[in-house]
Design a protein. Sequence first.
Length: 202
Amino acid sequence: MLSVDKHPEKNIIRVQLRQNLVLRELDEAEMSLLEPHLVVVDCQKGDFLLHQGVHEMEQYFVLDGILKRVVTNQQGKRMILRFTEERNMETSYAAWRLKTPTPYSIVSVTKARVAKLPMQQWVALLESMPQLKQLFEYEVMRLMSEIMAHTITLHLLDAPGRVHRFLRKQPELFDRIPKKELASYLNISSETLSRLKHQGKI
């Protein structure tokens, strides 16, 4: 892990941070307050950034690649809640605010790069930047609403309907996510996903 200013690709990373959905409205002074807190992490497929059930939390800005939120029950069954890609973020902000353990893990789906900082430092920055806090909390609520909508569709839509909804909502990810991961997210088998594709139904 390297800080942004010590990273050999710092110029590219700074451009990527400026393109982030949450950070793009920051001015130079505000970005200069944030940057010293960030460290850059390169992840391999399957690496855990956050484990379910912990109290030590961080804020993540995705610079490259794809991450997933995964919840695991006591029997070891896993459910993917969402995928996120570059220019977006991942967080456990709600759990931090509620002082509860993280309700999910954050795992790299592909080779990925993120910039991260401890949640306590991120919250302190938010308190000093009201406009950023408003934008960030709106995004947190939007993500929670999306996850709720996805969970509902798993019960209300058939397999083709779930795939079509994903294609409508996140078409740019369809060919980037391993089909086994996508099938798990849609709660269908890999064979069903493959059959629907070959039958021309998706």
